[in-house]
Ligand binder design. Structure first.
Ligand code: ZN
Length: 203
């Protein structure tokens, strides 16, 4: 049945690998599945979704997909999208509010599942635009868990530069020297992003 899903997690929670596995399951059953990502995420012009584990698949930009779908709503020239069984969206935090609303309309018009994967919050611990809208209107909101270095659930994405947490800057930083570490709230607030687990100290 058509439902809008938001599966969120911190960096390193295997969201992309999860999306690629779902895609594989649909294809294996002979069903049609389209994989999307926002064009803003397009650092290198590639239409590829790649997981850290090395799994990858070709994708379409969300903008292109929505242009075609919305165009069809007005022209009724094509029914290609009605043959889809599932829509998967990676990096959904970068969606605009309007894009999330249109994806919800795709769900309702075609009775299609649309499954969005993305980060909940940015490096300052505030919701991304796409994630906020998904939290507001998705049918199902599910966490893809990952852990902090201390073993607690990691819900925060710390931006790290030269081993220290960075708390100011642009929300989307591309091509910088910064990296991201997923940490629990305690270690996000304390800034201990590269700590040693307490039990390792005791041993
Ligand atoms: Zn921690």
């Amino acid at each position: 049945m058509g439902k809008l899903y938001f599966r969120y997690g911190a960096m390193g929670s295997s969201k992309t690998a999860n999306a690629l596995m779902v895609r594989y399951n649909y294809i294996e059953k002979g069903q049609n599945c389209i994989l999307l990502k926002p064009g803003i995420e397009n650092r290198d012009g590639e239409k590829v979704v790649r997981s850290r584990m090395g799994l990858e698949a070709e994708c379409t930009f969300v903008e292109e997909f929505l242009d075609e779908v919305v165009n069809e709503w007005f022209t009724r020239k094509s029914d290609a999208w009605k043959k889809l069984d599932c829509v998967l969206v990676d990096e959904a935090q970068f969606l605009t509010e309007e894009q999330v609303d249109l994806l919800a309309e795709v769900v309702d018009r075609y009775d299609l599942p649309v499954i969005c994967y993305g980060l909940r919050t940015d490096f300052t611990s505030h919701l991304f635009t796409g994630s906020k809208r998904l939290m507001e209107i998705a049918n199902y909101i599910e966490e893809v868990p990952t852990v902090c270095w201390c073993g607690r659930r990691a819900h925060f994405n710390a931006r790290v530069c030269n081993g220290k947490i960075v708390r100011d800057g642009e929300q989307i930083m591309m091509g910088g020297n910064e990296s991201y570490v997923s940490v629990c709230r305690r270690h996000f607030l304390s800034g201990e992003v590269n700590g040693v687990r307490e039990r390792d100290i005791q041993e």
